[in-house]
Design a protein around this ligand. Sequence first.
Ligand code: ADP
Ligand code: ZN
Length: 703
Amino acid sequence: MIHETLRKYFGYETFRPLQEEIIQAILDGSDCLAIMPTGGGKSLCFQLPALVQKGTAIVISPLISLMKDQVDALRANGIGAAYLNSTISASESVQIFRDVISAKIKLLYVSPEKLLSQDFYRQIKTIDISLFAVDEAHCISQWGHDFRPEYTQLNFLSREFKVPIIALTATADRITRNDIIRQLGLRKPQTFISSFDRENLSITVLPGREKYENIKRFVGKRKNQAGIIYCLSRKQTEQLANNLNSEGLDAVSYHAGMKGSERQAAQDDFINDRVQIVCATVAFGMGIDKPNVRWVIHYNLPKNLESYYQEIGRAGRDGLPADTLLFYSYRDVLTLKRFIEESNQKDLLTRKLERMQQFADARTCRRRVLLNYFNEGYDKDCGNCDVCQNPPEVFDGTVIAQKALSAIARVKEQISSGLLIDILRGSARKELVDNGWSEIKTYGAGRDISYRDWQEYLLQMLNIGLFEVAYNDGNKLKLTSLSRDVLFDGKKINLVSPEEAENRWKQQQEKKQPQSKVEELDNALFEHLRSVRKNLATERNVPPYIIFSDATLKQMATTKPTTEFAMRQISGVGEFKYEQFGIIFIRAIMDFNQFGNTNDKKAANRYQTTYNFLKKGYTPEEIAERLNLNIVTVCSHLAYLYQSDYDISLQEFLEKEELQKIEEALRTPGLKHELKPIYEHLNGKIPYHKIRLGLSIAKKEQY
Ligand code: ADP
Ligand code: ZN
């Protein structure tokens, strides 16, 4: 039964992990806490029970933009849904309640403020409620960053209503979890925690240099693919967007310092596929559900793994492969440390940053590091991170480390990394000479290593604990006990060449082209279907992904359904969507098969016109006359349409005997299956245009 509903309304064949269990628990009347990562498919967990039960489900959601999006998506699947929040007028609200009472609305989304209003309370007391869903339930916790005071007043739901409550969140930590259960007063709740692994996300960390070149390289291989670049500062987002624009790339910036209307415009353009790239501060992303974000770049190191994972999680919600790239530099570490020094949670933040660095510096599978941080025992190599794909080759870096450490010792731990590198590289800087540092033994001892490479090595050394940085004292480098082991006890140190990692990544990017002719064609068809989708979305004033997801279009582009049956098999094509859009996409696929890349729009239109006339009941002769075309041409149009499964029949345009004669001729050994030879073989008794039709029928019968 729930499988049928899944198929019928959502067009999906199978459930994602835990969806079925959660749905079953709700249908059994249990309160539930569902913890799933972004993109895990939380919405379906309450939408489907809402559909199969009588009454209306009340969904509490803190973000206005997400409410609208979900309601649009439900309606596109033919499901009655509405939302109530501050943007809805009193009269609209009256109408919505009428629809609820007349059972037209299966899901009603409300903001917490609305839910808590006296008015609303009176009204929901009178209606038939199937369940309550509390979305983004972590907002209840004061520990989290999205705390919403109204959420703490939701406990009346469990006290006053007998229906199940399901709380949903992507935040997994135990404090938040317990907070949700306690504050909502969930009754013997069943807790479901799904894996936080998002295996469709590739993970790469690159040295934070040549960032801009590498971004261009990366984006250049991802034409038309939407992505987000997270930056640390507002200014950076603007600069980066400007630079990308000047290269003809399609980017906008987004940060909290922009006017509300500008921010909204940037977000809308991104959601509606009108702009490809958003360069944003972390302010961006909360209010969007866009499932087809294909990549996320971190221009700077995030301050902890929680933020990082949440931000990369915005890519690939639709389950298709998506790529993430993090630039990691010594400078960012210093900047973040400075922030931390100024904060009042120094210890905690420092520990979190250290874990972030461990991840960025990892020489084992990064997904392992990440998921183990989130307490998810993950004990295999993922195969989808840069370390798995290109295991870094370590070399004996003891001498390099010794040179650096010895220099630090000789200048009495009084310099920062910049000066250290200058000393090692034997710079003629006045400051060095004045301080007598150009006299020390290691001056110039690291000349053979470039400045940039030194930066990388120092970062690696810092992370191994070979020295410390006095963040509150000019970032001076200080020796540690480990430094002494290396300097005096011959402890060996392994380093990784930054150049090598970067080069391998570059090569990998080059290989990103479609592998075969078939793939290339499928990509072209995908793009064609995207443009069809875009037009439909614009007409209906909804984001394109509301029409069909990228995953659905991808499947169409590879399996090329041209019949109703085949189209209905595509994941994401539910009953309602088939009725709305099925034929349109079947046609789009046929046209594409027919005319290849529909750059040949004119030809496509001609065929379409012929088809339209035929459907209106005109004969081929009449069509030829109307369009001022040769009858053979018209029949060749018809032959094509017939061949590509348009619902037309050609049999009525030639006599049975004529068809038989043509088929006989086709069986004649050695006779070419072309108009002229057949015409001559039949002594000119059957006109060319009929032979054209006959050939087409015979050919189709063969298959
Ligand atoms: P979350 O709220 O957990 O981030 P969503 O509910 O927005 O995730 O779902 C993410 C995407 O996955 C949506 O595009 C949704 O349509 C799709 N999805 C959900 N369940 C399934 C399923 N069983 N099969 C295929 N796609 C699904
Ligand atoms: Zn891995």
